[in-house]
Write a protein that binds this ligand. Structure first.
Ligand SMILES: NC(=O)c1ccc[n+]([C@@H]2O[C@H](COP(=O)([O-])OP(=O)(O)OC[C@H]3O[C@@H](n4cnc5c(N)ncnc54)[C@H](OP(=O)(O)O)[C@@H]3O)[C@@H](O)[C@H]2O)c1
Length: 366
């Protein structure tokens, strides 16, 4: 295989505004370490983690909604998802699709030539269930906003599917996150699940994966996006933040109760979400795009016997399940747009604006 020495890459030079992301046409192509494969990346999906890490939103010093702009309250000790400082330069991007073109000495060479996607959670493969020993692809190491990347061979999964590479690059982060939330909350066919941010990457995954489990699903999303969302299978769609959520639910589902709230929005809507849960209900959360700090009436939590679960690092089996759902066409991609790597800034601006439905992907072949 003829592998060049340099490649195009979008390089993050530090925390801050979008200008911290700098395009290079001649960045060195990485070499795979012993257990790694080298992947020629064809597409890489965008995620809020990229934006949050760049802007420093994960820092406890920040309490605003995600804006994509630099925050002046970022603490240099905790600007990443894992609460640790990052080193720069860093290539972000977790949701790759591409072809394995080389393998390290101890990696599985049979992967060479295969079209793959990757599990975004980097693990200690001697202790893969230990969440304290995880990193995120494109955060603690370089990721996929480049023509080539390396990753542990145990993180990649070959995919047989008629979907395009850009479509396959919509799944990994959003769908493993969504499946992790549903699995931790034990969602089943007796549940009625209320999904916030249902038009986004994780939200649209939650709708499809909760339906897959047989649950009744109510999605909350901006009304202009409802038509596009109808095909995903939500039983009911409500606005992003109804004036009175309890009344809106009553009008939509009558006396039926919400047993699970799957929330990635938080912010001002959070208290109403908690109040609409039935006694014994479960609240599961993986994000807080509208604001990470929200009031909780502890009486509602304990008097209603609620269970709260957070979900970020998921077990390796969830990625394997995702591959099976893709190959059996149980889930559909929701590709909103692709941008060439050289137009990354515009792509990320549009991603932050949230006029789209589903996922935005960077294409290395455009
Ligand atoms: N824990 C993890 O491992 C993990 C993994 C992936 C994502 N996340 C987090 O989960 C959250 C959602 O991620 P995602 O990829 O699904 O995001 P996304 O694709 O950007 O979708 C988020 C959706 O939330 C809705 N929304 C409601 N209030 C909003 C506000 N104030 N600002 C912006 N959007 C708002 C928007 O839909 P409408 O316009 O239709 O209301 C938007 O489409 C993010 O905070 C992300 O960091 C966490």
């Amino acid at each position: 295989m003829n592998i060049p020495e340099t490649m195009a890459a979008m390089v993050l030079t530090g925390h801050g505004d979008i200008e911290k992301l700098v395009y290079h046409a001649d960045w060195p192509v990485p070499q795979p370490a012993d257990y790694e494969v080298l992947i020629e990346v064809s597409a890489c999906g965008m995620n809020n983690t990229d934006v949050n890490t760049r802007s420093g939103w994960y820092s406890k010093g920040v309490s605003d909604a995600t804006t994509g702009n630099a925050y002046d309250t970022v603490d240099s000790e905790d600007p990443s998802w894992g609460g640790q400082p990052l080193s720069f330069p860093r290539i972000q991007g977790a949701d790759i699709c591409g072809t394995v073109v080389a393998a390290g000495n101890r990696a599985d060479r049979s992967l060479i030539g295969k079209r793959v996607i990757a599990d975004c959670w980097l693990r200690d493969w001697n202790d893969p269930m230990n969440r304290d020993k995880t990193g995120y692809f494109g955060s603690e190491c370089n990721g996929g906003f480049a023509e080539y990347t390396t990753i542990d061979y145990r993180n990649v999964g070959p995919v047989k599917s008629t979907m395009t590479d850009a479509e396959l690059a919509t799944f990994s982060c959003s769908y493993t996150t969504a499946e992790g939330m549903l699995s931790r909350a034990g969602v089943n066919n007796e549940d009625t699940v209320l999904v916030t941010g249902a038009s986004g990457g994780v939200g649209s995954a939650l709708v499809q994966l909760a339906r897959r489990r047989g649950a009744t699903v109510i999605g909350m999303a901006a009304e202009e996006k409802h038509a596009r969302l109808e095909s995903l299978g939500a039983d009911v769609l409500l606005p992003r933040s109804p004036e009175n959520l309890s009344d809106a639910l009553q009008a939509a589902i009558g006396t039926r109760k919400i047993s699970v709230v799957a929330d990635i929005v938080g912010g001002d809507t959070f208290p109403a979400l908690i109040e609409c849960l039935q006694r014994g209900g479960r609240y599961t959360c993986s994000g807080a795009i509208a604001g990470p700090v929200a009031p909780l009436d502890l009486r509602t939590l304990y008097l209603n016997d609620l269970t709260f679960t957070g979900s970020t690092v998921v077990e390796p089996s969830i990625f394997k399940d995702l591959l099976a759902y893709i190959e059996s066409d149980e889930i559909k991609p929701l590709l909103a747009a692709t941008y060439p790597l050289s137009d990354f800034h515009q792509g990320q601006k549009d991603f932050i604006e949230k006029k789209h439905v589903g996922n935005i992907v960077v294409s290395m072949t455009e």
